[in-house]
Design a protein around this ligand. Sequence first.
Ligand SMILES: [Zn+2]
Length: 336
Amino acid sequence: MSGAPTWRRDTLDALLARFDARVAAAPAAGLPADVAQRSGGDHDYHVIFGCIIHGDEVGSLPAAVAVLEALDQGALRFGGRLSVVLGNRPAALANRRFLEADLNRVFLPDAPDSWEARRAAALIPLLDTADLFLDLHQTIEPTASAFAIFPWSPEGEHWVRALNAAPRWVTRPPGVNFSPGLRCADEHVRLRGASGVTVELGQKGFDPEAAALAERLMREALRIADRLGRGEQTLAEAAEGQPSPIAYEPDSHVAFIDPTMALRPGLQNLAPVRRGELLSAEGSPEIRSPADGALLFPKYPLRDAAGRALGPLPAELVRVVRPLPQGPAAAYAPPK
Ligand SMILES: [Zn+2]
């Protein structure tokens, strides 16, 4: 076990300086800020890596910088087009999830004005040219393992397996929105018919394990995209013989309706839970798990001296997902 992930401003500054040097080494006209782009000239397949879409999820940055440096040093080759997007640098510098609005909810034409809505609008023309968008996130609380999180589709499952993206996959039927009325970057890409794959690398922060996983995923994505772009292999062939993650789908959630509601300490993402299991902290109204399954995205907001959660309450205090023992295709694929 490595230690808990860390956040250090000097580490972040050094990585951003290395990223900026890669952008400056090959400036491309017309690109939004904080996008590095390379073109191998062999084929048109366009891979986009998303990093720090949530500002404080910095764990993929070392990998993004390492991959760009390896390409520029000739140690790594990619024949297609690669764009590396740093989603929310101002929030990363502040070690916050976002400044004005959650960037990963505002990829919508009618999002209310905010720094992040303008950032999303600037990135959309680029995302519109993606063949594969690989978005690397980290969770707020610790996680039993890395996990992919996006709705099932045949090509989405092929990507998860071809990349061996993570031991687990929190998925849902095609077309079911995780947060109705809002839109994530990966969702925007899928809506226009390209592949959007999101992976939670682990708990947020700088973490050697997260960096290693992110770099493996980026290198694998480029290797597979090269074969697809050259017509040497289909995505289904790339997935053949690769492991399938343990899949889960949304089951239920605990609505965060009262600021005195508090989860007991130490609840982790994808920890197994039994229906009726006590989840509340001492002094909180009683909270019990609404179902058998596994916990997802437990929230521990800051609280005042009386134990009331500060700020606007998230809609859900914690979610429960249930395993799909036969896998998502068996549950969601239309009958042949
Ligand atoms: Zn995130």
